[in-house]
Design a protein around this ligand. Structure first.
Ligand code: DGL
Length: 283
């Protein structure tokens, strides 16, 4: 039996989308993904809300040429400041799924809770609203993690360890639950867990966001479906290729494995040929 490939665009300033794309393919390997990163403007975390909104709109619009069935905003900063504008412009034609820091499950531990995120997210009304709604009676501290997303983007382990150490030092003693409120951070969750100690529960959102995306597409998880994977990569709106630095991260290595190194279709999907060219891997 054949069926049409469902295409999902995943957007972020950079590698933060990797864990979310990987989670989507874990639940539905037969999705075709268009990854839209913005190397010209990364990091978003220091920008004003208006700048972030304009950038995320441009990044999402660039994916429309590929006719996505849904768009996943795999970026907390972009979700906090741009989700409303994106939905106004694109829905109901294209469902838009945002990323929300996992405050609610973290608060269920009884706390104290810390939220690590970019400065643009920690200072937002959106985050304050989430804390008021789900953790009003729990001691909660938002920690802006300066330089951590950039260190992860550069795949430089020393810079990552330095930024994680600085964020750990800025986190109050006694925190029991840590929310990763920037999508980049999950790529180094093991280093963060190590720095914070085993007593701290770390909460991240990729699987929850992927499940929500499937709900919006009307799909059930089917982890045994034949692999399709990454079809196209956009870099600040231009067709490009996945950075080889992705291989530094387990989820990145899995994504790279869905690409043909010379950019040819590997014909993994059942039923249809890709509607556009396959992704290439930048050496
Ligand atoms: N990955 C983005 C987030 O979730 C931000 C990284 C950046 O500063 O560009 O907030």
């Amino acid at each position: 039996m054949t069926h049409a490939v469902r295409r999902v665009a995943v957007i972020d300033s950079g590698l933060g989308l990797v864990g979310y794309a990987d989670a989507l393919l874990t639940l539905r390997p037969d999705l075709s993904l268009v990854l839209s990163m913005d190397p010209d403007h990364m990091p978003y975390g220091h920008r004003t809300p208006d700048e972030v909104r304009a950038l995320v709109l441009a990044s999402a619009r660039a994916t429309l040429a590929f006719d996505p069935d849904a768009i996943v905003v795999a970026c907390n900063t972009a979700s906090v400041h741009g989700l409303e504008a994106l939905r106004l412009e694109l829905e109901p034609a294209v469902p838009v799924v945002g990323t929300v820091p996992a405050i609610r499950p973290a608060a269920a531990t009884g706390g104290p809770v810390a939220v690590w995120a970019t400065a643009a997210t920690t200072s937002s009304d959106y985050l304050r609203g989430l804390v008021d709604a789900f953790a009003s009676d729990i001691e909660t501290t938002a920690v802006p993690c300066h330089g951590l997303a950039e260190a992860i983007e550069s795949a430089d382990p020393r810079a990552v360890d330095d930024a994680v150490a600085a964020a750990t030092a800025a986190t109050p003693e006694g925190v029991r639950a840590l929310v990763l409120g920037c999508t980049h951070y999950g790529l180094v969750a093991d280093r963060i867990q190590h720095a914070m100690g085993d007593g701290v529960l770390v909460f991240d959102s990729p699987i929850a966001v992927a499940r929500q995306a499937l709900r919006r597409l009307g799909l059930e998880p089917d982890p045994e479906a034949p692999l399709w994977g990454v079809e196209e990569t956009l870099l600040s709106g231009r067709r490009g290729s996945l950075p080889g630095s992705l291989a530094t991260y387990a989820a990145g290595a899995r994504l790279l494995a869905t690409c043909d190194p010379v950019g040819r279709s590997t014909g993994r999907a059942r039923g249809t040929e890709p509607r556009v060219g396959r992704n290439t891997l930048r050496p």
